[in-house]
Design a protein around this ligand. Structure first.
Ligand SMILES: [Zn+2]
Length: 154
């Protein structure tokens, strides 16, 4: 369980240079962007509770460089403000978002596949429907049945 008081702490978080052998773009805690595919990462640990909960804090090379004249704290503040603004926008959608049903999505997804098969293989609709039915079983994320157990139309 997260102890809320640890967000109030002023204890320093030491970020050190660490080598990685997995080259990918890692998220940056400070700006919300990403590192490039670099070998040396700047990482530390933020303690979240007295129970030992913690998380990795990463600072991308652009934040270290600060070529836009912004310091780490200014970047943290900008990032926090952006997240708060995004949270407010997301919260404002509660009760207003009208979405298609999952069954409608399944039907549209399969219809797309049928048309793709017709074009890619130069076949008619019946053959394409059979091919999609055979090639894309439920396990591949294209359910054959809707939530009520009804077979989805192609
Ligand atoms: Zn950054």
């Amino acid at each position: 369980m997260t102890d809320q008081t640890t967000t109030e702490t002023t204890e320093p978080i030491f970020v050190e240079l660490v080598e990685t052998n997995f080259f990918t773009r890692y998220p940056c805690t400070v700006c919300g962007g990403c590192t490039e595919k670099v070998a040396i990462l700047a990482e530390g640990t933020q303690r979240l509770s007295d129970d030992g909960e913690s998380r990795t804090v990463r600072v991308c090379e652009s934040c270290l460089e600060g070529s836009d004249g912004l310091g780490i704290d200014e970047r943290l503040d900008l990032h926090a403000r952006a997240l708060e603004a995004e949270a407010a926008l997301i919260r404002s959608m509660i009760g207003r978002l009208k979405v298609p049903t999952f069954a409608e999505w399944c039907k549209a997804e399969r219809e797309h596949e049928v048309h793709a098969h017709m074009e890619n293989y130069g076949i008619g609709r019946d053959e394409a429907e059979n091919k999609v039915h055979r090639d894309y079983p439920r396990e591949m994320g294209r359910p054959l049945f809707d939530q009520e157990g009804e077979k989805l139309p192609f």
